[in-house]
Ligand binder design. Structure first.
Ligand SMILES: C[S@@+](CC[C@H](N)C(=O)[O-])C[C@H]1O[C@@H](n2cnc3c(N)ncnc32)[C@H](O)[C@@H]1O
Length: 429
């Protein structure tokens, strides 16, 4: 793998890699403290330089691979090792799947919780990422556009990518041409890309406002690339520059119009695997379900085909989007919404008692406050979705300590070749 090694500086040590950390870094030990080694694999013996202290230990840089792992393979992407988009392309497919498929169960085991049944890892295909945030910077005549390096502000100028959908990747070359015209030297911007069903939706977040000339260039770009929408955000909310077609994503049978930069699952395939889990775990005879952390309705509208749903979400724009889609589709009777900060103001045990099941899909920091209320309620069935094994295990433990059993654990690999894992779990009293 191509990793730059800077000579000099930092302590050097010969280390044995004992596992992988949450970001996919190799884990070793030096004088009783953890060392995080990007690019190292379990079982490997490396000569490393210990650099910046990290999480009570060190960050390390491989100087020499003394004993490589038999599971080490040549990464397919030429940017692997520098690009922060993937961290584990050099791990053989079998070993990678085994490691990832066990992450959630290991996090639970550290809390003393065991699932009755662990499903095999389900994965999305390569080149399926429909939503991504890239960074761009102009350096002289050259525009760098791509993912940032790991733990760095440096941008990798992506010329090939195993994770982006082709429609997003194909925009990169024309975007470079556009940005070489409108991006001032040494300034940086973020580009949020979504491939919607009516075309790509591009939101540019930049530290300056576009003038008339830039607006014209952006509008021509949107036309030439047949974008659905192009918006610009400086300090306040996004401002539309070109709205050619309303971006649309369909959940169940309902067409939803996400606003620029809205949260959506990163891949349509991952979203459908999660949705399938929500259905598989729904108890027979359920009539009323609370969909907590609903976003703009990825699961709400499919659930509403079977049961009546209360969708609760903290972001006003998501609730407005969900409400508008429910009204347009004539589903208003079966879907109600609430805008509520579930960390500060979780649904209380008494409020929860009307529901036959709860679906919970919190952000990375989890939902301990909401789980504490569920634990005190008489709710019988919970489907927990999560993108963070560690907070997931903490929250499941709250439920298990209060009479729930974890019956099924389903790991889903939506972020290929990274340490990120989606989890779907079914809990019953
Ligand atoms: C992982 S996303 C899931 C969204 C949706 N279920 C989906 O799959 O598209 C988490 C959602 O929780 C919302 N959220 C984050 N913190 C929240 C809070 N404290 N209270 C309520 N909602 C919150 C975010 O706005 C986001 O929509």
């Amino acid at each position: 793998m191509r990793r730059q090694v800077r000579p000099g500086g930092g302590k050097q040590a010969e280390l044995t890699v004992t596992g992988l950390g949450g970001r996919g870094d190799g884990l070793a030990n030096f004088e009783g403290r953890p060392v995080f080694l990007p690019g190292a694999l379990p079982g490997e013996r490396v000569l490393a330089r210990l650099t910046s202290p990290k999480a009570g230990g060190f960050r390390g840089e491989i100087l020499e691979l003394i004993q490589p792992s038999p599971d080490r393979v040549e990464a397919e992407c030429p940017h692997f090792g520098s690009c922060g988009g993937c961290s584990l392309q050099h791990f053989s497919d079998e070993a990678y799947r085994q490691w990832k498929g066990g992450l959630a169960a290991e996090a639970l085991a550290r809390r003393g919780v065991e699932a009755k049944s662990l499903s095999p890892l389900q994965s999305v295909p390569a080149r399926s990422r429909r939503r991504a945030t890239l960074a761009a910077r102009r350096q002289g005549q050259k525009v760098l556009l791509g993912f940032r390096e790991q733990l760095s502000h440096r941008i990798v100028d992506v010329q090939s990518c195993m994770i982006l959908r082709p429609a997003l990747f194909d925009l990169l070359a024309p975007l470079r041409t556009l940005l070489s015209d409108i991006l001032p030297n040494d300034l940086q911007m973020d580009l949020h890309l979504l491939e919607s069903e009516t075309g790509c939706d591009l939101l540019i977040r930049a530290p300056f406002a576009p003038g008339l000339r830039e607006r014209e260039a952006l509008a021509s770009f949107a036309r030439e690339q047949d974008l659905a929408q192009l918006s610009w955000e400086e300090d306040d909310g996004p401002e539309p520059v070109a709205l050619r077609r309303q971006p649309i994503v369909t959940f169940g049978k309902v067409a939803v119009q996400p606003w620029p930069g809205a949260f959506l699952q990163a891949t349509a395939e991952g979203e459908s695997l999660l949705r399938q889990a929500v259905f598989d775990f729904l108890p027979d005879g359920a009539r009323k379900v609370a969909d907590l952390y609903s976003g703009c309705g990825a699961f709400t509208f499919s659930l509403a085909e079977k049961v009546s749903v209360l969708a609760v979400e903290g972001e006003e724009a998501a609730v407005a989007t969900l409400d508008a889609a429910a009204r347009r589709s004539g589903l208003s009777g079966g879907v109600s919404t609430a805008c509520r900060d579930l960390a500060r103001d979780p649904l209380r045990a008494e409020e929860l008692e009307q529901f036959d099941a709860i679906v919970l899909d919190p952000p990375r920091n989890g939902a301990p406050e909401q789980c504490a209320e569920i634990a005190q309620s008489n709710v019988q069935n919970v489907t927990m979705l999560s993108c963070n094994p560690s907070t997931f295990a903490r929250d499941v433990k709250i439920l298990v300590d209060n009479g729930f059993a974890l019956t099924t654990l389903r790991p889903i690999d939506q972020f290929l070749w990274t340490g990120h894992l989606e989890i779907a779990a079914s809990l019953q009293r």
